[in-house]
Design a binder for this molecule. Structure first.
Ligand code: NDP
Ligand code: 2IT
Length: 444
């Protein structure tokens, strides 16, 4: 049996009930097959792949907190420190009821390659809890965040592990966690990114993932002879990534006609009203049912349905496995040119294969959404030198990083004879640097 198949089998056997982790490992290892087969003997002897798919450390902890009725609630917290070959662990904290060890491991595994692709010195990690911030008061969110950080602070630090936001963790949660870290550890350091501007945050970090997605999308389309201006775009999600993807796509002259949340979706044929979207989601923390109050011509539908709308470009920006084979078929039937992933692993494997087989340009999340973590690394640099850069300076660096990622991904695919397969290109380009660093550092 080939080394790749052997390791995939082991991962499935040794990590039962973690389907998302299996999926992420399969996608990466399958697409690295050409590279691994060329070095099979050496990699096997060094157990390179076994080391790559086993986190360096996984911490699981109890998070007790008191709700507004005086009832004690208990959640489970996680931090998976996956790989520190090229830098301190770096990756977000997801707060969502669906969080479990398998989800955090899939996200941490993806993060290794994504962080490598940025060209910046950051290793891979991810964390979170099965806590649902939705419907909670500010005091309840603060109680949870303080309890979560009371344990997490023992395992993180500006030079060891630097968490950030992800689903359910935004500026409010990062603020509460930063305050608790400082209080317990007694140090004022850049231990978290995505901080507020008054206490060490970076300008453009809020916008970075969505903007970065569009910088990469624009460049990739350009390489394929397509101009993004004038194109119709479907976005899913209406959180941090979706909002700023919508904003930048609109600034680039495209028209975004959909957004969604976990209850339903909006179709606005005149183009999404970004000010309204921000007010509903960032200020009121409300549902998309409200959008119609701002835009009477728009439609609100319960359930899923974004990918049934005719578009040139699809940007899934909500969560994993939200774009299925049927959706891919609908997109192809409607003449979609490109799918670029703002979320982590939003497209199922079958859907990805169908899109690629039908010549849809497909940019995987670990390349396309790397602008968020890249700007987090820029926040770390600013914290280290105790300076703040202007919005323009950070944004310019972000643009350069995304254009470089795009070219590295395109070139790596070409080098290994799979031109146009950007999944393979991104995985290969990310893998090369990590393997080089792991090999240089000996067996660890
Ligand atoms: P937010 O919490 O700000 O927004 C998430 C959005 O996705 C919301 O609209 C939410 O709807 C929707 N959503 C979440 N879970 C589900 C679900 N199970 N089914 C349907 N809709 C869902 O998160 P972000 O925008 O930060 O993250 C979105 C994606 O981007 C995630 O995959 C994340 O890992 C990835 N990402 C985020 C980065 C960042 O910097 N924030 C960086 C790189 C990737 P509702 O409000 O109803 O739950
Ligand atoms: O998935 C991701 O890359 C993030 N949630 C951002 C991580 C970070 O450290 O900024």
């Amino acid at each position: 049996m080939s080394y790749v198949d052997e390791v995939i089998e082991k991962v499935i056997a040794q990590n039962p009930s973690q389907p998302e982790f299996h999926q992420a490992v399969k996608e990466v290892l399958e697409s690295l097959r050409v590279v691994i087969e060329a070095n099979e003997e050496k990699y096997r002897k060094d157990a390179l792949l076994e080391r790559l798919v086993n986190p360096e450390r996984a911490i699981i902890f109890r998070v007790p907190w008191v709700d507004d009725k005086g009832q004690v609630q208990v959640n489970t917290g996680y931090r998976v420190q996956f790989n520190s070959a090229i830098g301190p662990y770096k990756g977000g904290l997801r707060l969502h009821p669906s969080v479990n060890l398998g989800i955090i491991k899939f996200l941490g595994f993806e993060q290794i390659f994504k962080n490598s692709l940025t060209g910046l010195p950051i290793g891979g990690g991810k964390g979170g809890a099965d806590f649902d911030p939705k419907g909670k008061s500010d005091r309840e969110v603060m109680a949870f965040c303080q309890s979560f950080m009371t344990e997490l602070c023992k395992h993180i630090g500006a030079d060891t592990d630097v968490p950030a936001g992800d689903i359910g963790t935004g500026a409010r949660e990062i603020g509460y966690m930063f305050g608790q870290y400082k209080r317990i550890r007694g140090v004022y350091e850049g231990v978290l990114t995505g901080k507020g501007l008054s206490y060490g945050g970076s300008l453009a970090r809020t916008e970075a993932t969505g903007y970065g997605l569009l910088y990469l999308t624009k460049e990739l389309l350009k390489l394929n002879g397509i101009d993004i201006a004038g194109k119709t775009v479907c976005v899913s999600g209406s959180g941090n990534v979706a909002i700023y993807a919508t904003e930048k796509a609109t600034q680039m002259g495209a028209k975004v006609v959909t957004v969604s949340d976990s209850n339903g979706w909006v179709y606005d044929p005149d183009g999404i009203d970004i000010a309204a979207l921000k007010e509903i989601k960032e200020v009121k923390r409300a549902r998309l049912t409200e959008y119609k109050n701002y835009r009477p011509n728009s439609e609100y539908h319960e359930g899923r349905g974004v990918w049934s709308i005719k578009c040139d470009i699809a940007l899934p920006c909500a969560t994993q496995n939200e774009l299925h084979l049927d959706d891919a078929k609908a997109l192809v039937a409607n003449g979609c040119l490109a799918v670029c992933e703002g979320a982590n692993m939003p497209t199922t494997m079958e859907a990805t294969e169908y899109l690629q087989a039908n010549n849809v340009i497909f940019a995987p999340g670990k390349a396309a959404n790397a602008g968020g973590v890249a700007t987090s690394a820029l926040e770390m640099s600013q914290n280290s030198e105790r300076l703040s850069w202007s919005f323009e300076e950070v944004d310019q660096k972000l643009q350069n990083i995304m254009v470089n990622i795009c070219h590295n991904m395109v070139d790596a695919a070409k080098r290994y004879g799979c031109e146009g397969n950007y999944v393979a290109g991104a995985n290969i380009a990310g893998f090369e640097k990590v393997v080089d660093a792991m090999t240089a550092q000996g067996i660890c």
